[in-house]
Design a protein around this ligand. Structure first.
Ligand SMILES: [Zn+2]
Length: 253
């Protein structure tokens, strides 16, 4: 499976927040790069035309005022776009990126996010008439409010942010939701590993991440001509972050 990653994502001085924490990307890539199942591909930055699909010119100007942050955010969006291009071709891909994007709105953002990585990638595929519908599972501990806002009005884009008190019910919500979708043009995952039992979400185990990845793979095979990709959102418990990403990717591939 292809992993989109750029060495620039190791840099942690683009912002001062949890997503930018030193060591966070290394915790993932140290584990993933040792596994022969993965091919690491270096992404290019997104161009402004793509970003304009989800954001206003004024908001982009605001981000540009901080060149270091803007360069990193454009590279993150570029990684999501490349993952979506691979995914639409029927090959799974995971974009290991930062800053994340699921709290980014058209003209604002919060929660460590800058650009709507998933929103931009999907709106671009739709603009290019390569998809008419999409499914997004966001398993981050926090609701992907920005993704929902950016993609609001697109009735054939189904977005699931599961909420449940325990892990069994959480998995069941995903299972039931996808069961009711007969076909979709692409299966997408906003992979937030802060839902881990030792992270802020206090819920999912390492094997749950494998299970969720596997469910999305099977769903894509059944309903989406095998088209699927995933991008990183949150996940801050560094001691187990690498093994959790690895578990998800092994299920997903
Ligand atoms: Zn989160």
């Amino acid at each position: 499976m292809k992993i989109l990653f750029h060495e620039k994502f190791y840099e942690s001085d683009y912002a001062n927040n949890g997503a930018a924490d030193p060591g966070r990307m290394k915790a993932i890539m140290d584990v993933v790069s040792k596994d022969n199942d993965f091919e690491i591909i270096r992404p290019c930055p997104a161009d402004e035309d793509a970003v304009l699909l989800a954001h206003t010119p004024h908001y982009i100007d605001t981000v540009r005022a901080n060149p270091k942050l803007c360069d990193m955010a454009l590279l993150a969006t570029g990684a999501a776009i490349m993952a979506s291009d691979i995914g639409i071709g029927g090959e799974p891909a995971f974009a290991c990126l930062r800053p994340p994007g699921h709290h980014a709105y058209r003209e604002s953002s919060w929660g460590y996010c800058v650009f709507s990585n998933m929103g931009i990638a999907l709106l671009r595929l739709r603009q290019q008439q390569r998809i008419k519908s999409a499914f997004i599972l966001d398993f981050d501990a926090h609701t992907g409010d920005g993704t929902k806002a950016v993609l609001s009005g697109w009735t054939d884009c189904h977005i699931l942010n599961p909420y449940a008190d325990d892990r069994e019910a959480y998995i069941e919500i995903i299972r039931n939701f996808i069961h009711d979708i007969p076909t979709v043009d692409i299966v997408c995952v906003c992979a937030g590993f802060d839902s881990y039992e030792k992270d802020v979400g206090r819920k999912l185990s390492t094997s749950d991440f494998y299970l969720i990845g596997d469910m999305m793979k099977r769903f894509a095979r059944r309903a989406a001509k095998n088209r699927r990709f995933a991008i990183l959102e949150g996940g801050y418990y560094q001691p187990d972050l690498g093994k959790n990403v690895l578990a998800f990717c092994h299920g997903f591939m």
